[in-house]
Design a binder for this molecule. Structure first.
Ligand code: FES
Length: 237
């Protein structure tokens, strides 16, 4: 989409590369233009940025702390470092903490980042693994929140970013916080229309199509088809 009134351009430096972006761009936009690959988790190209996971942090010369690139506005003259030792250490620690408490085995992107940043989840030995029970309450998908990193993307696509059905939100508190339905009702008793967009945006396999899930469990394809058809018919009835 083009701006009705073109925005003025500003210039900044990303990893020693001068880059010009329209005013109002984020540091992530600028970094993508300059070339460096800044990892993202809670942000996707189809959801608004919330700055939740902090995997995209970068360092800005002359400023304290690290900035989440997906929500920080680029300013003229900024000198940004996307791979400084502080940045790499912060990303590695976030990845280690995630891997110490969440099952990331079904997330190829996070597995690749763990490898790239030489993360050692064993540093947090003794960390408690989140292990809520798998929720299988509808014919279309299962919810395995032991694999959920609380990135919020499923909530966003269910709400203003795509579907406007608002079936999902945060539930519980503290360590037990997880994505939930209102009053923890089964999915079939919520406003969910089973569009599948939450499953599509989930980066960790916490949400999986029922057929894919059953096949991965070793259920023969013929049985999976019969089973899921029966469940859909039952729901219609
Ligand atoms: Fe920027 Fe998560 S991607 S904070």
């Amino acid at each position: 989409m083009t701006d009705e009134f073109p925005r003025p351009m500003i210039e900044l430096t990303i990893d020693d590369v001068p880059v010009r972006v329209p005013a109002g761009s984020t540091l992530l936009d600028a970094a993508r233009l300059a070339g460096p690959d800044v990892p993202v988790l809670c942000y996707s190209d189809h959801t608004h940025a919330n700055g939740l996971c902090r995997l995209c942090v970068v360092e800005v010369a002359g400023r304290r702390g690290l900035y989440a690139a997906c929500v920080t506005e680029a300013q003229a003259g900024m000198v940004v470092h996307t791979r400084s030792p502080n940045v790499v250490r912060a990303r590695r620690t976030i990845l280690e903490m995630l891997d110490a408490s969440v099952d990331l085995s079904e997330s190829p992107e996070l597995q690749a980042l763990l490898h790239e940043y030489e993360a050692e989840p064993a540093r947090f030995v003794g960390a408690e693994l989140r292990q809520p029970p798998l929720l299988d309450d509808n014919p279309f998908y299962v919810r395995d929140y032991a694999k959920c990193v609380l990135c919020w993307r499923c909530v966003q696509v269910c709400a203003e970013d795509a579907q406007f059905t608002f079936a999902l939100n945060f539930g519980q508190r503290g360590f037990h916080t997880q994505i939930d339905t209102f009053f923890g009702r089964p999915m079939t008793e919520t406003t969910c229309v089973f569009c599948g967009q939450c499953v599509g945006t989930c980066p960790t396999g916490a949400l999986r199509g029922k057929r894919e899930f059953l096949l991965a469990q070793g259920v023969p394809a013929g049985e999976v088809l019969a089973l899921t058809r029966r469940r859909k018919d039952k729901k219609k009835g």
